[in-house]
Design a protein around this ligand. Structure first.
Ligand code: SF4
Length: 298
């Protein structure tokens, strides 16, 4: 409706009456028409605002330390078995406004808050980049020491570093403000319940600053990789695992305990080599799973 009124205003101004030759009139009409299209484009663009689903504080699950997490709305990836389907819709949740930015900045003022986490939905949808940029500008100006983590379904090398970062000014600026990106879509066939800061093993933790400096992707460890990477371990249900552990009283059990029996079918055991589960890995992994059942003490 607002667009329509604006359009009418503009048309009236444009066609307000001077009598002139047909040629001049045509020329002027063409100019006006181009200007009008540009005007509508610009104003339509201005009216699009990001929505967000939630602000979580304090948040200790999405990145290191105590954080504030912004869950934006809108995601076109539509991963199979995504847990956040409501947030696929760009209109879901509330409008992201200057007040929202100030609310987040106020939280970040607390000295014990380590940083901001951006999740979704998809924070790097072009529309959402527009919404997030003013927040990150402010954050970087006021708290250069705080860190920013961002979860995206885009592939860091292909979609971000070699495309959006080079071709799009907004992405370029935005990515410069981010410290860690966890990239890749959620893949149900690579899902493990006890992963830290991600849902499936294909997702990577990327050091953005180092990647930009080196012109290639620099991958960091989540801390639980050795439990499945290039190694062979027995995947077993947690109850079975607990029994084995009790019976053997062995510190190093060559197994990855899981909670969902269906997951066992997703693994081909011959492709996984036995590994030792070290104590520090157990407690780190436990943080990401369920405090009640493990408490860091397998
Ligand atoms: S990228 Fe994230 S929010 Fe989007 S569909 Fe996949 S899991 Fe869901």
């Amino acid at each position: 409706m607002q667009n329509k009124n604006r359009r009418e205003d503009v048309r009236e101004n444009f066609y307000e009456g001077k009598i002139c030759s047909k040629e001049r009139k045509d020329k002027r009409n063409q100019k006006q028409s181009n200007a009008f299209i540009k005007y509508v484009e610009i104003n339509r663009y201005k009216e699009i605002a990001m929505n967000y689903a939630d602000i979580k504080f304090p948040d200790i699950q999405d990145g290191e330390g105590i954080r504030v997490a912004l869950y934006v709305s809108g995601c076109h990836f539509h991963c199979k078995e995504c847990h956040n389907k409501d947030a696929w819709d760009f209109n879901y949740g509330k409008k992201f406004t200057n007040d929202t930015i100030n609310e987040i900045i106020d939280i970040l003022k607390k000295p014990y808050v380590q940083g901001l986490s951006l999740l979704g939905g998809e924070p790097l949808e072009p529309l959402n980049q527009e919404g997030i940029l003013p927040l990150l500008r402010k954050l970087r100006k006021e708290f250069p020491e705080k860190d920013v983590w961002c979860w995206t379904g885009y592939d860091f090398d292909k979609d971000i570093l070699n495309k959006m970062y080079k071709e799009n000014k907004i992405t370029h600026e935005l990515i410069n403000y981010i410290d860690i990106i966890v990239d890749g879509q959620f893949e149900i066939e690579n899902k493990l319940t006890n992963l830290i800061f991600r849902g499936s093993t294909n997702q990577r933790k990327i050091d953005v600053k180092e990647s930009l400096k080196n012109g290639k992707t620099v991958i960091l460890k989540f801390g639980d990789e050795s439990r499945y990477e290039n190694k062979k371990a027995k995947i077993m249900h947690f109850e079975e695992f607990k029994k084995l552990k009790e019976e053997n009283d062995d510190e190093n059990i060559n197994a990855i305990p899981i909670f969902d029996l269906n997951q066992i079918n997703n693994f081909e055991e011959e492709n996984i080599e036995p590994i030792e589960i070290k104590e520090n890995e157990q407690s780190v992994a436990a943080k990401g799973i369920n405090d009640n059942y493990i408490g860091g003490n397998l």
